[in-house]
Design a binder for this molecule. Structure first.
Ligand SMILES: [Zn+2]
Ligand SMILES: [Zn+2]
Length: 342
């Protein structure tokens, strides 16, 4: 058993010869620097930690920056902490940290405060973006005049969604700019791998033809060749949902993929596949958005009666046996006769 040199109390453990109470008495247990700076991107609002930029709530970032700068004396162990911040003026926040600490088995409280200053700057991604940085150009083109604006937009949205999803985990991936050009759209991209990924995705989704061409544009700092790659994606005439002609028969194009397509024969409603190389001979008979609706008059097994959309005459057409036809069905005209389009 030892005793406190200040108050004389007998105590199990002394700190520098003092009991815990005498040691704590009048002593600052925590401290904060006068101010802490936090880098904020003026363009996107992300918060910078050295070279790293993170998307986070600004208030959280301010409080975390203060907590990270808090010093606690060696003899004290933090038990809990309460942090509060208030905006003093624009870009300047006062953060107060109330700490509960354990000092040699004795619970003590201490309060420290600091000023967190927001430093406006531009993150690496934004500076590249603002500087029109790009490594790849994705050229989405219509394979012919028959490709609709709707399909072009759909492909553009698909490309943008790929960028959105990839940029969540990699901040260096972004669209620099998008330009409408004769016959299509040019999307400038920050990375070659991103261009490649989008070209592959569009090629699979639309059975589209793709080409790539690299151009040497300079040298990196370590003397490597710096390339810019152009990915050309030529959208074919056909699109899922269209009625197409292939090997002398008519089909609904049900699905398109990187391997080819699944189609439904309009004469017998059987499904079959068309291999990708054979897709070149697929001709569009009627686009999905041009298919007409016909009113259903009566329903039977494997057959229904409809009103012709052109002259309202009653016509019997074949349908799949298990079809539960609604009030109207989609039809296409082949050589003057109407056919049901599933
Ligand atoms: Zn004492
Ligand atoms: Zn930014």
């Amino acid at each position: 058993m030892s005793f406190c040199v200040k108050c004389g109390k007998d105590t199990e453990n002394t700190i520098n010869g003092l009991c815990a109470e005498c040691f704590i008495d009048g002593r600052k247990l925590t401290s904060l620097p006068h101010h802490v700076d936090v880098k904020v991107c003026a363009n996107c609002g992300d918060v910078g930690y050295g070279e790293r930029w993170v998307t986070k709530d600004l208030e959280d970032a301010i409080e975390e920056a203060a907590v990270d700068s808090l010093s606690i004396i060696r003899e004290a162990k933090p038990v809990s902490m309460e942090v509060s911040s208030s905006e003093q003026e624009k870009y300047t926040h006062v953060v107060v940290i109330d700490s509960i600490l354990d000092v040699g088995g004795c619970i003590a409280e201490d309060t420290s405060s600091t000023i967190v200053r927001l430093k406006n700057t531009v993150c690496k991604r934004c500076s590249r973006q603002l500087g029109n940085y790009y490594e790849a150009i994705l050229q989405i083109r219509a394979g012919s005049k028959n490709v609709s604006q709707r399909v072009m937009r759909e492909a553009q949205n698909r490309a943008e969604e790929t960028v959105d999803s990839q940029s969540v985990s990699n901040r260096q991936l972004f669209i620099t700019k998008t330009e409408e050009v004769q016959g299509g759209i040019d999307i400038y991209l920050s990375s070659i791998s991103l261009g490649k990924a989008i070209a592959k995705d569009l090629s699979d989704a639309y059975c589209a033809e793709t080409k790539e061409a690299a151009k040497l544009v300079g040298q990196t700092e370590d003397g490597q060749g710096m390339f810019r790659v152009t990915y050309l994606v030529r959208l074919p005439d056909f699109h899922a949902g269209d009625v197409v002609q292939f090997e002398g028969r008519y089909f609904k194009l049900a699905r398109v993929s990187g391997n080819g397509a699944k189609v439904i024969d309009l004469m017998n409603f059987r499904e079959r596949s068309i291999k990708r190389p054979d897709m070149l001979s697929v001709k569009v008979h009627e686009r999905s958005e041009d298919l007409r609706e016909a009113t259903v008059v009566s329903r039977g097994k494997g057959e229904i009666q409809i009103l012709s959309p052109s002259d309202y005459s009653a016509v019997d057409i074949s349908v799949p046996d298990d079809l539960a036809a609604g009030d109207s069905v989609k039809v296409t005209d082949i050589d003057g006769a109407l056919y049901y389009v599933p």
